[in-house]
Design a protein around this ligand. Structure first.
Ligand code: LLP
Length: 455
């Protein structure tokens, strides 16, 4: 293990983002590590590797933590949304919908996944800094709200949205001048961000929207970053957002929603120390409550948009160990049957992870190894300096914290098929994503006829 006490699960806090492992993780001396009541060795054997495993209970407990904290600390209405870019699928859409949450999407693909997964249109919010006409129209037809990001959005919805039917609900996204660099933040007047209206543009666009009677501005949105460990940035954000909320009201917009975005961090390794979901919501809710009281304004509906903190620690990836390369006096490379195509985060962001062997999760480390992926890229390394007991080719390696931004950011680099995914709960495993086959990767290739005629 390359961290301290990874299996220590804090059940009292009920904040899955504070654990490294899924909350149902159990070590059995004969069967090794179990998640959702399923032995990971059995899953690897039955479904093959690499395999994404999602623990349903961890996701549901995360949803309930957000819902419960909002009820506890905020006397007004509230609605947490799941940021589906973290991991978009029918089954996760269906789980979050059944918990009573909404969901945000950034593309037609995520939108149809949410709709088919059973999320009601009125609980879907479409984001994006370059939405297509098709995306705008589909959002309108499905009753979703569109989060306008720039003048192009405004121009396109003048063209695309019918002028004589029910109005399209809009939120306005702006850049609040609060910038988070992972674990620290700064406040600036303006941000060099591709997302959202600059604060200087907001007044003008609010007046312009008043003229577009086939739309209705229902709220204000901002998102300041991801994997944030501090509480203060979102509290400062609330104050900035209230100014804008009041301005929109003054101009005559019926705004009622205030969405502070996502961003709460998770524990990938023992040195990460994110706040609980409860304390994150407490800080935001109290600031909003107090600011509204001080300014004598009605409480808006409070919305937030967590992605990573809902699904990251619910997910693990199983790999099979293969080749071993020992460089004398230097590195021991153990290669696995996946890598940067199923988890591009280490090569993209130098992200750190925690891992163990499925058959002996608690065994003491005999050696320090580097886990290499199978792609033709020297940087395709999943973990460095991982302490593992002596292992053999064929052993199952478990990497934790892969439920967010792994499957959704996966690729077919080197024409490697994407893994299967299973959902585990109470000893049952259900396939929720079929394994791609190498021949599936040819489905969109077209060989022009003249090449067939050669020879
Ligand atoms: N809302 C908006 C508008 C966002 O852009 C994001 C994430 C979220 C909500 C959810 O944020 P979360 O709660 O997951 O932090 N690929 C990167 C993360 C990119 C986050 C993009 N926006 C990674 O793998 O770390």
């Amino acid at each position: 293990m390359n961290n301290t006490k990874p299996f220590e699960i804090d059940r009292d806090l009920i904040s899955p983002n504070r654990n490294i492992v899924p909350i149902t993780s159990v070590v059995d001396k004969d069967r090794g590590l179990l998640v959702g009541g399923c032995a990971l060795l059995d899953l690897g054997k039955h479904y093959g590797t690499p395999l994404y495993v999602l623990d349903e209970e961890t996701i549901r407990v995360g949803c309930r933590s957000y819902l419960r904290a909002l009820k506890k600390y905020y006397p007004g209405k509230s609605l947490p949304l799941y940021a589906s870019k973290a991991n978009s699928s029918l089954v996760i859409s269906s789980i979050v919908a059944s918990e009573g949450m909404g969901l945000d999407v950034v593309s037609e693909g995520e939108l149809i996944t949410a709709l088919k997964g059973g999320v009601p249109g009125e609980r879907i919010f479409l984001h994006g800094n370059n939405k297509s006409d098709e995306e705008l129209l589909l959002a309108y037809q499905s009753g979703a709200t569109v989060v306008i990001d720039n003048h192009h959005d405004v121009e396109r919805l003048k063209e695309v949205i019918p002028h004589d039917k029910d109005p399209l609900n809009l939120m306005l996204r702006f850049t609040p001048g609060i910038e988070c660099h992972t674990h620290e933040y700064i406040k600036t007047g303006h941000l060099d961000s591709k997302f959202g209206f600059d604060p200087d543009q907001v007044k003008e666009v609010l007046y312009e929207l008043k003229q577009i009677h086939w739309t209705k501005l229902t709220g204000i949105h901002a998102h300041i970053g991801s994997q944030i460990f501090e509480l203060q940035p979102h509290q400062d954000l609330v104050e900035v957002m209230i100014d804008l909320f009041q301005l929109a009201r003054k101009i005559g917009h019926p705004v009622k929603d205030l969405n502070v975005g996502g961003g709460l961090g998770i524990r990938y390794t023992g040195s990460d120390d994110p706040p609980t979901i409860d304390s994150w919501i407490e800080g935001i809710a109290n600031t909003l409550k107090n600011t509204c009281k001080a300014r004598n304004i009605e409480l808006p509906r409070l919305m937030c948009e967590p992605g990573r903190s809902l699904v990251a620690t619910a997910g693990i990836t199983l790999y099979k160990l293969g080749s071993r390369k020992e460089i004398p006096g230097s590195t021991v490379y153990l290669s696995v049957d996946g890598g940067m195509s199923d988890n591009p985060r280490p090569i993209t962001y130098e992200s750190l992870y925690t891992a163990c062997l499925a058959n002996q999760p608690l065994a003491k480390a005999d050696e320090m190894v580097t886990i290499a992926g199978k792609h033709c890229e020297s940087g395709d390394v999943l973990l460095k300096d991982l302490g593992l007991p002596n292992s053999q080719s064929g052993d199952i390696l478990v990497v934790f914290g892969t439920g967010a931004y792994n499957n959704s950011m996966s690729s077919n680099y080197n024409r490697i098929p994407r893994p299967a995914a299973v959902l585990v709960n109470s000893g049952q495993a259900e396939l929720v994503q079929k394994r791609e086959l190498p021949q599936d990767l040819l489905r969109n290739d077209v060989l022009p006829v003249r090449f067939l005629e050669v020879g």
